[in-house]
Design a binder for this molecule. Structure first.
Ligand code: AMP
Ligand code: ZN
Ligand code: FE
Ligand code: FE
Length: 293
């Protein structure tokens, strides 16, 4: 029997709309047997996801999606098999959550100054999590009838360089990779096809990158083939996922990506091998420095 995984999913613990239980129920219908919940800057959903997977007989993989930058370009790092209770990891993502919450306040202030009467408390209530983001601001704008859709909210106000956009602090990619490694995890470059260019890849590999998300909903077939070739060239592990955010306008993306389980096996082997080697400590003068968008 063929076994499949989806290693990139967001829940209501970040900017997705489905609970971990709803994700698992849908995954069963779509013949997925291994799942990674990869919420932005949060592992708060991990316990419920693990319990729900166990109940349904699915394999659960701890994960998280972090925002970083390389040469001033934003990129996303996926952490896999890190210890979601690691104190240093939790402290760092706690800082990212605080940054997110402050950013929401700033975005709402900007919207208010633009004559858009959204309330910061309403955004936090809609978000109902410690890692709020722009999609929650968009939902508040739509709820008030100030925008017709989330897309409109992003296009008019929330996208980079739009009037309510606020830059987000982000760590440099090498620090992100070290952070993931010290928590016992593997660092994977998320959706490289959505990045500005491939120029960052050799630098990330040098910094210890373990894998690349070659398969992603927004990758065309030729893009996936290209990144499979790049991953092979640099000796990187291959991952893939839907990046499902739940109930969006075309329905949940869960079930659109079926990553063959052999890739999960390779990840597990790599994490076992990594744990046998001592973690490389980050340079003391660089660790923890945050750069602005
Ligand atoms: P943030 O982490 O607060 O910067 O928000 C980024 C998230 O916003 C992404 O993960 C997507 O879920 C969502 N997003 C980004 N661009 C758009 C867009 N144009 N329309 C709707 N959602 C978007
Ligand atoms: Zn998101
Ligand atoms: Fe992402
Ligand atoms: Fe994502």
């Amino acid at each position: 029997m063929n076994v499949f995984a989806d290693l990139h999913i967001h829940s209501s613990f970040s900017d997705g709309t489905l609970t971990p239980e709803e994700i698992v129920a849908r995954a069963v219908q779509h013949d997925l047997q291994a799942l990674a919940l990869s919420d932005h800057d949060s592992v708060d959903g991990c316990e419920r996801m693990a319990a729900s997977c166990a109940k349904a007989g699915l394999e659960y993989i701890p994960a998280c999606e972090l925002t970083a930058e390389q040469e001033h370009e934003e990129l996303h790092l996926l952490a896999y098999f890190m210890d979601p209770t690691d104190p240093a990891f939790l402290e760092k993502i706690g800082q990212f959550q605080t940054v997110r919450q402050n950013r929401i306040r700033e975005m709402v202030s900007k919207l208010n100054r633009l004559g858009m009467p959204v309330e910061v408390q309403r955004v936090f209530t809609l978000a109902n999590c410690r890692a709020p983001g722009r999609p929650h601001v968009a939902r508040a704008l739509v709820e008030k009838g100030l925008c017709g859709s989330a897309d409109e909210a992003f296009d008019r106000f929330l996208k980079r360089n739009r009037p309510a956009w606020v830059p987000k602090f982000r760590m440099c990619a090498a620090d992100g990779i070290s952070l993931i490694h010290q928590a016992g995890g593997l660092a994977v470059l998320a959706h490289p096809g959505l990045n500005h260019s491939d120029e960052c890849i050799p630098v990330l590999v040098e910094a210890g990158l373990d894998g690349m998300e070659c398969i992603h909903t927004k990758h065309s077939t030729s893009m996936s083939e290209h990144y499979l070739e790049v991953a092979d060239r640099f000796g990187l592990l291959v991952t893939g996922g839907s990046d499902c955010h739940g109930r969006t306008k075309n329905g949940p993306l869960l079930g659109t990506i079926h990553l063959p389980y052999q890739h999960v096996e390779k990840l597990k082997q790599a994490v076992t091998d990594r744990r046998r080697r001592p973690a490389v400590a980050p340079a003391p003068d660089s660790y923890g420095i945050l750069f602005q968008d």
